[in-house]
Design a protein around this ligand. Structure first.
Ligand code: FNR
Length: 393
């Protein structure tokens, strides 16, 4: 594959290739409380662990003496073409990992041809992220604010800036019990981080009692009293505590963009959301950051895919670390996957180049594994490609 050849020709890479090496590099690059914020999850982090371990129960087998040409990994989901069925999951406050934050991620995603899903809690305003990589593809993750004007303002801005789908965050109506964060006492939003989309929004500034001149460097330009006011307003308006599937209709009247709902873990919920008009569902347990003691997200994927997968695209995140993980998720019914922590670790380790490295590794391993298992395109993967491995005692 291309990336291997390039690495060997260059005599190596400054970035680690093992999953563990990448985590360690990020740990070394970051202050301990920041690393704790990114790596950590809810409660005892059983779900965080389960998410990754679930992949180890599935085996892939070769099909041999087949077409050895590189597989074509391109696909189109919700009318957005992409070179690979892998996306950057929305993650707030990327400035904690690197000052270039979501702009560096946007450039890396555009270079590889993958979709960046921008968090509503991004450090950088959504327009600025779009300008950093105008040729890139992007979706907007929407946390439904408890103020209709703010909601519509965010959606209008995203549509105008070229985001081509809305990802409704479904699982953050309550704050996760994040034990590592509690141990460090560090909650980024309380310090004015992750408010890029809000501080650049006239309606939010009105709600927070801030002046009406959004500065180019909003968070950094605020005094301590304004940071406090912004953090209080964010906490108050960030997300509506109660949402029902019927609300999707309202959301639809506010935007023409296709709508994916993120955080689905049950077949009955999947049916309810499809009936309510969702254009796609994302199976996710938020990387184990919200509810502990849950099953691995991967164990929820076949249930959701069986319930609605032949009608609307089902996407997946939580625990994807390698190219073969991508293959397993696709074989279990996902049209595409998203990665969360891995791109943040890449960003922490090497900015734009670090994120691109993470994506190139996934791309190359995935493409090779697809060919080795006898496929020329990702959409021919099915459960027949998998074998359940014997339990490890
Ligand atoms: C997240 N995630 C997330 N999701 C979302 O919808 N909006 C957000 O603002 C954030 N913020 C966020 C911050 C950090 C630091 C992490 C690690 C994650 C969840 C994210 O989109 C995704 O669901 C998980 O990260 C997927 O799990 P993995 O790949 O991290 O195991």
């Amino acid at each position: 594959g291309g990336y291997q050849s390039a690495v060997f020709a260059a005599g190596g890479s400054p970035f680690p290739f093992t999953v563990e090496g990448l985590v360690e590099a990020a740990r070394e690059a970051l202050p301990s409380r920041t690393f704790a914020y990114i790596a950590g999850g809810a409660g005892r982090e059983r779900t965080v662990a389960a998410n990754e371990e679930a992949f180890a129960r599935w085996g892939l087998t070769y099909r041999i003496l087949r077409d050895g040409r590189p597989a074509d990994t391109s696909c189109t989901i919700l009318d957005t073409p992409m070179s690979l069925p892998v996306m950057l999951a929305p993650a707030g406050v990327a400035e904690l990992a690197h000052p270039e934050a979501e702009k560096a991620a946007a450039e890396a995603a555009a270079a590889v041809g993958v979709v960046q899903v921008l968090s509503s809690a991004s450090s950088t305003p959504l327009e600025e992220v779009a300008r950093a990589a105008p040729e890139g593809r992007r979706w907007f993750q929407f946390a439904w604010p408890d103020d209709g004007s703010l909601a519509r303002s965010l959606l209008e801005r995203a549509e105008k800036a070229g985001y081509t789908a809305v990802v409704l965050q479904g699982d953050c109506h309550v704050a996760g019990w994040r034990t590592r964060e509690l141990d460090t006492g560090f909650f980024p939003f309380g310090r004015g981080h992750g408010l890029g989309n809000y501080l650049s929004d006239p309606r939010f500034r009105e709600l927070a009692g801030l002046s009406q001149e959004p500065s180019p460097e909003p968070a950094r330009a605020l005094g301590p009293a304004e940071v406090r006011a912004a953090a209080v307003a964010w906490n108050r308006y960030y997300t509506r505590p109660a949402l029902a599937p019927g609300d999707l209709e309202l959301l639809r009247s506010w935007t023409d963009l296709p709508l994916a709902v993120k955080g689905v873990c049950r077949a009955d919920e999947a049916v309810r959301l499809r009936d309510a008009g969702a254009d796609a569902l994302i199976v996710s347990n938020h990387g184990g950051r919200q509810l502990d003691s849950g099953p691995a997200a991967l164990d929820c994927l076949p249930l959701v895919a069986e319930a609605v997968g032949d009608q609307i695209p089902v996407l997946f995140d939580s625990g994807v670390r390698t190219g073969t993980d991508v293959l397993i998720a696709l074989a279990l019914g996902a049209s595409a996957v998203m990665i969360g922590r891995p791109w943040l670790y890449g960003l922490a380790t090497g900015g734009r180049a670090g994120v691109e490295h993470v994506l190139r590794c996934l791309e190359t391993e995935f493409t090779g594994a697809l060919t080795l298992t006898g496929h020329q395109r990702p959409d021919s993967l099915s459960p027949a490609d998998l074998t359940l491995l014997p339990a490890i005692p």
